[in-house]
Design a protein around this ligand. Structure first.
Ligand code: GDP
Ligand code: MG
Length: 177
């Protein structure tokens, strides 16, 4: 086994997008720090968090960007998207309106970046089964139409959060290596 790094470094920028309050910030804090926050306070100051993941013995730095609440004003800037290699496009399975908004987010993503981006459609808050407004099938179908990965997650109880990020990171790795 090789112990020394061969000098290769991987830094993957991944962006989180989707309507306000779908759980983007909590998905990130669950993934990066294993934390959940019940208060919906705007993300202030933090542009991104870096998480190190090992793939095939190589150290990959996933730099995950979170909006600072600007999605409320539909004012996510092109700087936010610049250089992104992956994206998690998030809706809330308990609010149909956030699912209806997904197409607009995908469009914006596609105009800002080239099509080689690793994209995952994420139906968050799957712990809220009793008030679900978007079926798993609807999510799956849209993801297939758009050529995206799909996963239902819960930042609250941790379901699939790690997996969702790791699939995107792995896909980026496969795209470039
Ligand atoms: P953002 O605006 O997309 O960043 O959303 P936040 O991460 O701020 O979350 C909005 C609200 O939804 C907060 O009150 C969170 O506690 C709550 N929330 C986030 N993820 C989940 C989840 O997986 N399940 C449930 N039940 N609530 C969640
Ligand atoms: Mg947020």
């Amino acid at each position: 086994m090789e112990e020394e790094s061969n000098g290769e470094e991987y830094l993957f920028k991944i962006v989180l997008i989707g309507d306000s309050a779908v759980g983007k910030s909590n998905l990130l804090s669950r993934f990066a720090r294993n934390e959940f926050d019940t208060n919906s306070k705007a993300t202030i100051g933090v542009e991104f968090q870096t998480q190190i993941v090992e793939i095939e013995g190589k150290e990959v730095k996933a730099q995950i960007w979170d909006t600072a609440g600007q999605e409320r004003f539909r004012a996510v800037t092109s700087a936010y998207y610049r250089g992104a290699l992956g994206a998690l496009v998030v809706y809330d399975i308990s609010r149909k309106g956030t699912f209806d908004g997904i197409k607009r987010w995908i469009q914006e993503l596609d105009t800002q970046n080239d099509s080689s981006l690793a994209r995952m459609l994420v139906g968050n808050k799957c712990d809220l089964e009793n008030i679900r407004e978007v079926s798993t099938e609807e999510g799956k179908t849209l993801a297939e139409e758009e050529g995206m990965f799909f996963m239902e997650t819960s930042a609250l109880d941790s379901t699939n959060v790690q997996r969702a990020f790791e699939i995107v990171i792995r896909e980026i790795y496969n795209n470039i290596s």
